[in-house]
Design a protein around this ligand. Structure first.
Ligand SMILES: NC(=O)CC[C@H](N)C(=O)O
Length: 512
Protein backbone atom coordinates (compact mmCIF):
# COMPACT_ATOMS: atom_id res chain seq x y z
CA UNK A 1 0.00 0.00 0.00
CA UNK A 2 3.04 2.27 -0.32
CA UNK A 3 2.27 5.29 -2.45
CA UNK A 4 3.67 5.16 -5.94
CA UNK A 5 4.87 8.71 -5.56
CA UNK A 6 3.79 9.94 -8.94
CA UNK A 7 3.62 13.33 -7.28
CA UNK A 8 6.57 15.70 -7.69
CA UNK A 9 6.73 18.03 -4.65
CA UNK A 10 9.01 20.56 -6.39
CA UNK A 11 7.63 24.11 -5.97
CA UNK A 12 4.28 22.74 -4.82
CA UNK A 13 2.04 24.66 -2.44
CA UNK A 14 0.80 23.41 0.93
CA UNK A 15 -2.62 22.89 -0.61
CA UNK A 16 -1.20 20.81 -3.47
CA UNK A 17 0.97 18.71 -1.16
CA UNK A 18 -1.95 18.15 1.22
CA UNK A 19 -4.16 17.01 -1.65
CA UNK A 20 -1.43 14.62 -2.80
CA UNK A 21 -1.19 13.22 0.73
CA UNK A 22 -4.97 12.89 0.94
CA UNK A 23 -5.20 11.04 -2.36
CA UNK A 24 -2.24 8.78 -1.47
CA UNK A 25 -0.10 10.08 -4.33
CA UNK A 26 2.66 10.49 -1.75
CA UNK A 27 3.27 9.82 1.95
CA UNK A 28 4.84 12.13 4.53
CA UNK A 29 7.68 9.66 4.82
CA UNK A 30 8.38 10.03 1.10
CA UNK A 31 8.09 13.80 1.39
CA UNK A 32 10.70 13.89 4.16
CA UNK A 33 12.99 11.64 2.12
CA UNK A 34 12.48 13.89 -0.90
CA UNK A 35 13.59 17.00 0.99
CA UNK A 36 16.47 15.21 2.76
CA UNK A 37 17.75 14.19 -0.66
CA UNK A 38 17.64 17.78 -1.89
CA UNK A 39 19.39 19.02 1.25
CA UNK A 40 22.02 16.33 0.70
CA UNK A 41 22.50 17.31 -2.95
CA UNK A 42 22.64 21.08 -2.60
CA UNK A 43 23.35 22.25 0.92
CA UNK A 44 26.89 21.01 1.70
CA UNK A 45 27.70 19.84 -1.85
CA UNK A 46 27.08 21.21 -5.31
CA UNK A 47 26.35 24.93 -4.97
CA UNK A 48 26.87 24.62 -1.15
CA UNK A 49 23.93 26.80 -0.12
CA UNK A 50 24.82 26.13 3.51
CA UNK A 51 21.38 26.96 4.85
CA UNK A 52 21.10 24.08 7.29
CA UNK A 53 22.72 23.88 10.73
CA UNK A 54 21.22 20.55 11.72
CA UNK A 55 18.88 18.01 10.16
CA UNK A 56 16.29 16.58 12.54
CA UNK A 57 17.15 12.89 12.86
CA UNK A 58 13.65 12.24 14.20
CA UNK A 59 11.91 13.63 11.10
CA UNK A 60 11.50 10.28 9.31
CA UNK A 61 10.11 8.53 12.38
CA UNK A 62 7.73 11.42 12.97
CA UNK A 63 6.59 11.29 9.34
CA UNK A 64 5.88 7.55 9.57
CA UNK A 65 3.83 8.08 12.73
CA UNK A 66 1.90 10.89 11.06
CA UNK A 67 1.23 8.69 8.01
CA UNK A 68 -0.22 6.03 10.30
CA UNK A 69 -2.29 8.60 12.13
CA UNK A 70 -3.62 10.05 8.86
CA UNK A 71 -4.75 6.57 7.87
CA UNK A 72 -6.46 5.79 11.15
CA UNK A 73 -7.84 9.17 12.19
CA UNK A 74 -7.50 11.50 9.22
CA UNK A 75 -5.38 14.64 8.99
CA UNK A 76 -5.12 17.04 11.94
CA UNK A 77 -5.03 20.06 9.63
CA UNK A 78 -3.76 21.20 6.24
CA UNK A 79 -0.26 21.08 7.72
CA UNK A 80 -0.46 17.39 8.66
CA UNK A 81 2.72 15.71 7.47
CA UNK A 82 4.19 18.86 5.91
CA UNK A 83 7.96 19.34 6.49
CA UNK A 84 9.22 22.79 7.51
CA UNK A 85 12.52 24.39 8.51
CA UNK A 86 13.07 26.42 11.67
CA UNK A 87 15.58 29.19 12.23
CA UNK A 88 18.05 28.01 14.85
CA UNK A 89 16.91 30.54 17.44
CA UNK A 90 13.61 28.68 18.09
CA UNK A 91 13.66 25.94 20.73
CA UNK A 92 12.97 22.50 19.29
CA UNK A 93 13.19 19.57 21.72
CA UNK A 94 15.92 17.11 20.79
CA UNK A 95 18.04 19.69 18.97
CA UNK A 96 20.30 22.39 20.46
CA UNK A 97 19.24 26.04 20.06
CA UNK A 98 22.44 27.73 18.90
CA UNK A 99 21.11 30.93 17.28
CA UNK A 100 24.22 30.45 15.14
CA UNK A 101 26.57 30.90 18.10
CA UNK A 102 29.13 28.16 18.75
CA UNK A 103 28.99 29.35 22.36
CA UNK A 104 25.41 28.00 22.59
CA UNK A 105 26.02 24.61 21.00
CA UNK A 106 25.25 22.79 24.25
CA UNK A 107 21.94 24.55 24.93
CA UNK A 108 19.38 21.76 24.89
CA UNK A 109 15.82 22.97 25.44
CA UNK A 110 13.31 20.69 27.16
CA UNK A 111 10.28 22.46 25.72
CA UNK A 112 9.37 23.49 22.18
CA UNK A 113 8.97 27.18 21.48
CA UNK A 114 5.27 28.08 21.47
CA UNK A 115 5.01 28.64 17.72
CA UNK A 116 6.89 25.44 16.84
CA UNK A 117 4.62 23.52 19.24
CA UNK A 118 1.54 24.94 17.53
CA UNK A 119 2.82 23.79 14.14
CA UNK A 120 3.74 20.36 15.52
CA UNK A 121 0.24 20.10 17.04
CA UNK A 122 -1.14 20.90 13.58
CA UNK A 123 0.85 17.92 12.26
CA UNK A 124 3.79 19.72 10.62
CA UNK A 125 7.26 18.16 10.79
CA UNK A 126 10.49 19.96 11.72
CA UNK A 127 12.90 18.68 9.08
CA UNK A 128 15.90 20.88 9.92
CA UNK A 129 17.13 23.92 11.80
CA UNK A 130 18.60 26.70 9.74
CA UNK A 131 21.62 28.95 9.71
CA UNK A 132 21.28 32.64 10.55
CA UNK A 133 23.31 35.74 11.24
CA UNK A 134 24.84 35.03 14.64
CA UNK A 135 22.38 35.86 17.44
CA UNK A 136 20.09 37.44 14.82
CA UNK A 137 22.24 40.45 13.97
CA UNK A 138 24.49 40.57 10.91
CA UNK A 139 27.03 43.36 11.58
CA UNK A 140 28.14 43.38 7.95
CA UNK A 141 28.18 39.61 7.47
CA UNK A 142 24.65 38.80 6.35
CA UNK A 143 23.80 35.17 7.04
CA UNK A 144 27.13 34.32 8.68
CA UNK A 145 27.55 32.48 11.98
CA UNK A 146 30.32 30.73 13.88
CA UNK A 147 28.07 27.68 14.08
CA UNK A 148 27.08 27.44 10.42
CA UNK A 149 29.39 29.62 8.34
CA UNK A 150 27.84 31.63 5.51
CA UNK A 151 24.50 30.96 3.80
CA UNK A 152 24.62 31.56 0.05
CA UNK A 153 21.86 32.86 -2.20
CA UNK A 154 20.55 29.98 -4.39
CA UNK A 155 19.90 32.46 -7.23
CA UNK A 156 23.46 33.79 -7.43
CA UNK A 157 26.29 32.15 -5.53
CA UNK A 158 28.21 35.45 -5.25
CA UNK A 159 25.33 37.03 -3.34
CA UNK A 160 24.10 36.54 0.20
CA UNK A 161 20.64 35.60 1.38
CA UNK A 162 20.46 38.75 3.53
CA UNK A 163 19.93 38.34 7.27
CA UNK A 164 19.24 37.23 9.76
CA UNK A 165 16.75 34.48 8.75
CA UNK A 166 19.08 33.66 5.84
CA UNK A 167 19.00 29.88 6.23
CA UNK A 168 15.21 29.55 6.43
CA UNK A 169 14.87 31.78 3.37
CA UNK A 170 17.50 30.02 1.25
CA UNK A 171 16.15 26.60 2.29
CA UNK A 172 12.53 27.37 1.38
CA UNK A 173 13.60 29.04 -1.88
CA UNK A 174 15.69 25.94 -2.71
CA UNK A 175 12.81 23.54 -1.97
CA UNK A 176 14.47 21.96 1.07
CA UNK A 177 11.07 22.17 2.82
CA UNK A 178 7.58 23.48 2.16
CA UNK A 179 7.87 26.55 4.43
CA UNK A 180 10.07 28.07 7.11
CA UNK A 181 10.02 30.04 10.34
CA UNK A 182 12.03 33.17 10.97
CA UNK A 183 12.31 35.99 13.45
CA UNK A 184 12.29 39.68 12.63
CA UNK A 185 13.67 42.41 14.85
CA UNK A 186 14.59 44.99 12.23
CA UNK A 187 14.01 43.21 8.93
CA UNK A 188 15.22 39.66 9.48
CA UNK A 189 12.24 37.93 7.89
CA UNK A 190 11.57 40.59 5.26
CA UNK A 191 15.14 41.04 3.98
CA UNK A 192 15.88 37.33 3.45
CA UNK A 193 12.45 36.75 1.87
CA UNK A 194 13.04 39.75 -0.41
CA UNK A 195 16.31 38.37 -1.83
CA UNK A 196 15.16 34.75 -2.22
CA UNK A 197 11.89 35.20 -4.08
CA UNK A 198 9.69 34.46 -1.09
CA UNK A 199 6.70 35.82 0.71
CA UNK A 200 7.67 36.92 4.22
CA UNK A 201 5.38 38.18 6.95
CA UNK A 202 6.36 40.39 9.83
CA UNK A 203 3.14 40.07 11.87
CA UNK A 204 1.80 42.74 14.21
CA UNK A 205 3.72 42.76 17.50
CA UNK A 206 1.59 40.51 19.73
CA UNK A 207 0.01 38.26 17.08
CA UNK A 208 2.72 35.57 17.26
CA UNK A 209 4.57 34.42 20.36
CA UNK A 210 8.30 34.80 21.07
CA UNK A 211 8.49 32.43 24.02
CA UNK A 212 11.10 29.74 23.58
CA UNK A 213 12.94 31.91 21.06
CA UNK A 214 16.36 33.45 21.72
CA UNK A 215 15.50 37.13 22.19
CA UNK A 216 17.27 40.00 20.57
CA UNK A 217 15.09 42.87 21.76
CA UNK A 218 11.57 42.06 22.93
CA UNK A 219 10.21 45.53 22.11
CA UNK A 220 11.02 44.74 18.48
CA UNK A 221 11.23 40.94 18.03
CA UNK A 222 8.47 38.99 16.31
CA UNK A 223 8.25 35.52 14.77
CA UNK A 224 6.92 35.03 11.25
CA UNK A 225 6.62 32.67 8.28
CA UNK A 226 8.59 32.43 5.02
CA UNK A 227 6.91 30.65 2.11
CA UNK A 228 6.82 30.42 -1.67
CA UNK A 229 3.33 31.88 -1.95
CA UNK A 230 0.99 34.25 -0.15
CA UNK A 231 -1.46 31.42 0.41
CA UNK A 232 1.18 29.23 2.09
CA UNK A 233 2.44 32.08 4.25
CA UNK A 234 -1.16 32.84 5.26
CA UNK A 235 -1.85 29.24 6.22
CA UNK A 236 1.28 29.12 8.36
CA UNK A 237 0.52 32.47 10.01
CA UNK A 238 -2.94 31.21 10.96
CA UNK A 239 -1.45 28.07 12.49
CA UNK A 240 1.32 29.79 14.44
CA UNK A 241 -0.54 32.87 15.74
CA UNK A 242 -2.35 33.01 19.05
CA UNK A 243 -2.23 33.94 22.71
CA UNK A 244 0.64 32.47 24.72
CA UNK A 245 0.57 32.97 28.48
CA UNK A 246 4.36 33.01 28.42
CA UNK A 247 4.48 36.06 26.11
CA UNK A 248 2.73 39.10 27.59
CA UNK A 249 2.61 40.81 24.17
CA UNK A 250 0.21 38.18 22.79
CA UNK A 251 -2.56 38.62 25.35
CA UNK A 252 -5.05 39.84 22.70
CA UNK A 253 -3.84 37.61 19.84
CA UNK A 254 -6.75 35.17 20.02
CA UNK A 255 -9.14 38.05 19.42
CA UNK A 256 -7.43 38.96 16.16
CA UNK A 257 -6.17 35.75 14.58
CA UNK A 258 -8.31 34.54 11.70
CA UNK A 259 -8.18 32.08 8.82
CA UNK A 260 -6.03 34.30 6.65
CA UNK A 261 -5.78 31.87 3.73
CA UNK A 262 -9.51 31.27 3.52
CA UNK A 263 -10.31 34.96 3.11
CA UNK A 264 -7.69 35.69 0.40
CA UNK A 265 -9.17 37.75 -2.39
CA UNK A 266 -7.37 37.97 -5.74
CA UNK A 267 -9.30 41.07 -6.84
CA UNK A 268 -8.50 43.21 -3.80
CA UNK A 269 -6.27 45.56 -5.81
CA UNK A 270 -9.28 46.55 -7.88
CA UNK A 271 -10.70 48.90 -5.26
CA UNK A 272 -7.61 49.58 -3.19
CA UNK A 273 -5.95 52.84 -2.20
CA UNK A 274 -2.21 52.59 -1.79
CA UNK A 275 0.34 55.07 -0.50
CA UNK A 276 3.77 54.88 -2.09
CA UNK A 277 6.57 55.69 0.37
CA UNK A 278 8.77 57.73 -1.94
CA UNK A 279 11.38 58.17 0.82
CA UNK A 280 12.59 54.62 0.35
CA UNK A 281 13.41 54.82 -3.35
CA UNK A 282 16.73 55.86 -4.83
CA UNK A 283 19.01 53.07 -3.60
CA UNK A 284 19.26 51.18 -6.88
CA UNK A 285 17.85 51.90 -10.35
CA UNK A 286 16.80 48.33 -11.04
CA UNK A 287 14.96 48.04 -7.72
CA UNK A 288 13.22 51.37 -8.34
CA UNK A 289 12.22 50.29 -11.86
CA UNK A 290 10.78 46.98 -10.61
CA UNK A 291 8.85 48.77 -7.86
CA UNK A 292 7.51 51.40 -10.28
CA UNK A 293 6.47 48.63 -12.64
CA UNK A 294 4.65 46.91 -9.76
CA UNK A 295 2.84 50.15 -8.95
CA UNK A 296 1.89 50.63 -12.61
CA UNK A 297 0.50 47.10 -12.59
CA UNK A 298 -1.62 47.88 -9.51
CA UNK A 299 -2.92 51.04 -11.17
CA UNK A 300 -3.85 49.06 -14.27
CA UNK A 301 -5.82 46.74 -12.00
CA UNK A 302 -7.80 49.63 -10.56
CA UNK A 303 -5.75 50.68 -7.52
CA UNK A 304 -5.60 54.36 -6.64
CA UNK A 305 -2.05 55.38 -5.83
CA UNK A 306 -0.88 58.43 -3.86
CA UNK A 307 2.68 59.36 -2.90
CA UNK A 308 3.36 59.68 0.86
CA UNK A 309 6.36 60.98 2.75
CA UNK A 310 7.53 60.41 6.30
CA UNK A 311 9.14 62.61 8.93
CA UNK A 312 12.92 62.68 9.03
CA UNK A 313 12.98 60.50 12.14
CA UNK A 314 10.76 57.86 10.52
CA UNK A 315 13.06 57.75 7.50
CA UNK A 316 16.06 56.99 9.69
CA UNK A 317 14.83 55.07 12.73
CA UNK A 318 17.99 53.10 13.45
CA UNK A 319 20.03 55.63 15.36
CA UNK A 320 17.27 57.29 17.42
CA UNK A 321 15.15 54.18 18.12
CA UNK A 322 16.17 50.67 17.07
CA UNK A 323 19.85 50.82 17.97
CA UNK A 324 19.46 52.15 21.54
CA UNK A 325 16.44 49.91 22.29
CA UNK A 326 18.38 46.84 21.17
CA UNK A 327 21.46 47.74 23.19
CA UNK A 328 19.40 48.43 26.32
CA UNK A 329 17.30 45.27 26.20
CA UNK A 330 19.57 42.53 24.88
CA UNK A 331 21.58 41.50 27.95
CA UNK A 332 18.77 41.13 30.47
CA UNK A 333 16.38 39.43 28.04
CA UNK A 334 19.03 37.12 26.59
CA UNK A 335 20.20 36.04 30.05
CA UNK A 336 16.63 35.42 31.19
CA UNK A 337 16.23 33.14 28.16
CA UNK A 338 19.53 31.34 28.90
CA UNK A 339 18.44 30.73 32.48
CA UNK A 340 15.21 29.12 31.23
CA UNK A 341 17.28 26.30 29.72
CA UNK A 342 18.70 23.35 31.64
CA UNK A 343 22.32 23.38 32.83
CA UNK A 344 24.91 22.67 30.17
CA UNK A 345 25.44 25.91 28.34
CA UNK A 346 26.49 29.44 29.36
CA UNK A 347 24.04 31.48 31.43
CA UNK A 348 25.43 34.99 31.02
CA UNK A 349 26.36 37.28 28.16
CA UNK A 350 29.86 37.55 29.61
CA UNK A 351 30.29 33.78 29.35
CA UNK A 352 29.04 33.83 25.76
CA UNK A 353 31.60 36.54 24.94
CA UNK A 354 34.36 34.60 26.70
CA UNK A 355 33.64 31.43 24.74
CA UNK A 356 33.40 33.43 21.51
CA UNK A 357 36.84 34.90 22.21
CA UNK A 358 38.47 31.64 23.24
CA UNK A 359 41.44 30.57 21.10
CA UNK A 360 39.50 27.47 20.11
CA UNK A 361 36.72 29.53 18.49
CA UNK A 362 38.99 32.34 17.26
CA UNK A 363 41.23 29.86 15.43
CA UNK A 364 38.39 27.77 14.01
CA UNK A 365 37.37 27.82 10.34
CA UNK A 366 34.37 29.98 11.25
CA UNK A 367 35.34 32.39 14.02
CA UNK A 368 32.71 34.79 15.37
CA UNK A 369 32.39 37.87 13.15
CA UNK A 370 34.60 40.42 15.00
CA UNK A 371 32.00 43.17 14.53
CA UNK A 372 29.31 40.87 15.98
CA UNK A 373 31.52 40.30 19.00
CA UNK A 374 31.94 44.06 19.40
CA UNK A 375 28.15 44.35 19.28
CA UNK A 376 27.83 41.89 22.16
CA UNK A 377 30.35 43.88 24.18
CA UNK A 378 28.46 47.09 23.49
CA UNK A 379 25.22 45.45 24.66
CA UNK A 380 27.02 44.27 27.81
CA UNK A 381 28.35 47.75 28.48
CA UNK A 382 24.99 49.40 27.80
CA UNK A 383 22.75 47.02 29.76
CA UNK A 384 22.20 49.74 32.39
CA UNK A 385 20.66 52.07 29.82
CA UNK A 386 17.51 49.95 30.22
CA UNK A 387 16.86 52.03 33.33
CA UNK A 388 17.65 55.36 31.71
CA UNK A 389 15.22 58.15 30.90
CA UNK A 390 16.46 58.10 27.32
CA UNK A 391 15.32 54.47 26.89
CA UNK A 392 11.96 55.17 28.57
CA UNK A 393 11.43 58.14 26.30
CA UNK A 394 12.03 56.06 23.18
CA UNK A 395 9.69 53.26 24.21
CA UNK A 396 6.97 55.37 25.84
CA UNK A 397 7.00 58.42 23.57
CA UNK A 398 8.90 58.05 20.33
CA UNK A 399 7.70 54.60 19.29
CA UNK A 400 4.02 55.51 19.91
CA UNK A 401 4.64 58.79 18.09
CA UNK A 402 5.88 56.90 15.02
CA UNK A 403 2.78 54.73 15.27
CA UNK A 404 0.57 57.85 15.30
CA UNK A 405 2.42 59.28 12.31
CA UNK A 406 1.73 56.18 10.20
CA UNK A 407 -1.89 55.95 11.38
CA UNK A 408 -2.40 59.61 10.54
CA UNK A 409 -0.93 59.27 7.03
CA UNK A 410 -3.10 56.23 6.39
CA UNK A 411 -6.26 57.85 7.71
CA UNK A 412 -5.75 61.18 5.99
CA UNK A 413 -5.22 59.50 2.63
CA UNK A 414 -7.76 56.75 3.30
CA UNK A 415 -5.13 54.08 2.55
CA UNK A 416 -5.35 50.30 2.69
CA UNK A 417 -1.56 49.98 2.78
CA UNK A 418 1.73 51.71 2.16
CA UNK A 419 4.00 50.21 -0.52
CA UNK A 420 7.78 50.46 -1.00
CA UNK A 421 10.74 48.33 -2.11
CA UNK A 422 11.32 45.86 0.76
CA UNK A 423 15.02 46.64 0.52
CA UNK A 424 16.38 49.67 -1.32
CA UNK A 425 19.04 47.50 -3.01
CA UNK A 426 19.17 43.91 -4.29
CA UNK A 427 20.88 41.01 -2.51
CA UNK A 428 24.36 42.20 -1.56
CA UNK A 429 27.74 40.62 -2.27
CA UNK A 430 28.59 37.91 0.18
CA UNK A 431 30.94 39.52 2.68
CA UNK A 432 33.90 37.41 1.57
CA UNK A 433 33.61 38.25 -2.15
CA UNK A 434 33.92 41.30 -4.35
CA UNK A 435 31.27 41.80 -7.03
CA UNK A 436 31.57 45.06 -8.99
CA UNK A 437 28.09 44.53 -10.48
CA UNK A 438 26.54 45.28 -7.10
CA UNK A 439 25.34 48.89 -6.79
CA UNK A 440 23.77 50.38 -3.68
CA UNK A 441 23.41 54.12 -3.16
CA UNK A 442 21.06 53.79 -0.19
CA UNK A 443 21.97 55.30 3.14
CA UNK A 444 20.75 52.00 4.59
CA UNK A 445 19.19 49.35 2.33
CA UNK A 446 17.06 48.18 5.29
CA UNK A 447 15.75 51.63 6.35
CA UNK A 448 12.17 50.94 5.23
CA UNK A 449 12.03 47.83 7.42
CA UNK A 450 12.50 49.85 10.57
CA UNK A 451 9.06 51.45 10.25
CA UNK A 452 7.20 48.20 10.98
CA UNK A 453 9.76 47.33 13.68
CA UNK A 454 9.44 50.63 15.55
CA UNK A 455 5.63 50.72 15.30
CA UNK A 456 4.89 47.02 15.82
CA UNK A 457 2.81 47.20 12.63
CA UNK A 458 2.64 44.31 10.14
CA UNK A 459 4.43 44.14 6.80
CA UNK A 460 4.20 41.58 4.01
CA UNK A 461 6.85 41.23 1.30
CA UNK A 462 6.03 39.53 -2.00
CA UNK A 463 8.23 38.87 -5.08
CA UNK A 464 8.03 41.58 -7.76
CA UNK A 465 10.80 40.85 -10.25
CA UNK A 466 14.45 40.04 -10.91
CA UNK A 467 17.48 42.24 -11.39
CA UNK A 468 20.16 41.60 -13.98
CA UNK A 469 22.36 39.80 -11.46
CA UNK A 470 19.65 37.13 -11.37
CA UNK A 471 18.44 37.76 -7.83
CA UNK A 472 14.81 38.45 -6.92
CA UNK A 473 13.42 41.72 -5.61
CA UNK A 474 10.23 42.12 -3.61
CA UNK A 475 7.82 44.88 -2.69
CA UNK A 476 6.29 45.43 0.74
CA UNK A 477 2.79 46.22 1.95
CA UNK A 478 2.74 47.93 5.36
CA UNK A 479 -0.40 48.57 7.41
CA UNK A 480 -1.58 49.41 10.92
CA UNK A 481 -1.96 46.94 13.82
CA UNK A 482 -3.70 43.66 12.98
CA UNK A 483 -4.28 44.58 9.32
CA UNK A 484 -2.67 41.27 8.21
CA UNK A 485 -5.72 40.18 6.24
CA UNK A 486 -5.80 43.40 4.22
CA UNK A 487 -2.06 43.22 3.50
CA UNK A 488 -2.20 39.55 2.56
CA UNK A 489 -5.15 40.19 0.25
CA UNK A 490 -3.27 42.96 -1.54
CA UNK A 491 -0.11 40.84 -1.78
CA UNK A 492 -2.18 37.90 -3.04
CA UNK A 493 -3.92 40.02 -5.63
CA UNK A 494 -0.51 41.28 -6.82
CA UNK A 495 1.04 37.80 -6.78
CA UNK A 496 -1.80 36.22 -8.75
CA UNK A 497 -1.63 38.98 -11.37
CA UNK A 498 2.17 38.89 -11.77
CA UNK A 499 3.48 35.44 -10.71
CA UNK A 500 6.90 37.01 -10.32
CA UNK A 501 8.54 34.14 -8.41
CA UNK A 502 11.03 32.11 -10.45
CA UNK A 503 12.92 28.98 -9.42
CA UNK A 504 16.51 29.46 -8.16
CA UNK A 505 18.90 28.37 -10.91
CA UNK A 506 21.40 26.69 -8.58
CA UNK A 507 18.92 24.34 -6.90
CA UNK A 508 16.88 22.92 -9.81
CA UNK A 509 14.44 20.04 -9.81
CA UNK A 510 16.40 16.78 -9.48
CA UNK A 511 13.72 14.80 -11.25
CA UNK A 512 13.83 14.54 -15.05
N1 LIG B 1 17.31 40.47 13.65
C1 LIG B 1 17.07 41.40 12.74
O1 LIG B 1 15.94 41.72 12.43
C2 LIG B 1 18.28 42.13 12.18
C3 LIG B 1 18.09 42.53 10.78
C4 LIG B 1 19.30 43.14 10.15
N2 LIG B 1 19.07 43.30 8.73
C5 LIG B 1 20.50 42.26 10.35
O2 LIG B 1 20.62 41.25 9.68
O3 LIG B 1 21.33 42.56 11.16
Amino acid sequence: EIAKSTFDPFEKSIDEVTKALDTKQITSEELVKYYLKRIEAFDKQGPVINSIIAVNNQALETAKALDTERKSKGPRSKLHGIPFVVKDNFDVVGMPTTAGAVALKNENPTKNSFTVQKLIDAGAIVIAKTNMSELAASYGRLGYSSMGGLTINPYNLSRDASGSSSGSAAAVAANFAVFGLGTDTSGSVRGPANVTGLVGIRPTMGLTSRSGVVPSSLSLDVTGPLARSVEDASLVLTAMAGTDKADYATKSANRYVQDYAKALNASSLKHARIGVATDFFGGNDEVDAITNQAIAKMKSMGTEVVPVTFSKQTKYLWTPVLGPVGDAEFKIQFEKYLRSLPAGGPKTLQEVIDISESPEVLNSATPVNPARLEGLKTALAKADTLYSNEYKKIVKKEMPQTRKEIEKIMKKNNLDAIVFPTMACPASNRFDKEDPTYVCNAYDTYAASYVASATGFPEVTVPAGMVEAGVPVGISFLGTAYSEQTLLNLAYSFEQATKARTVPVHTPNLRP
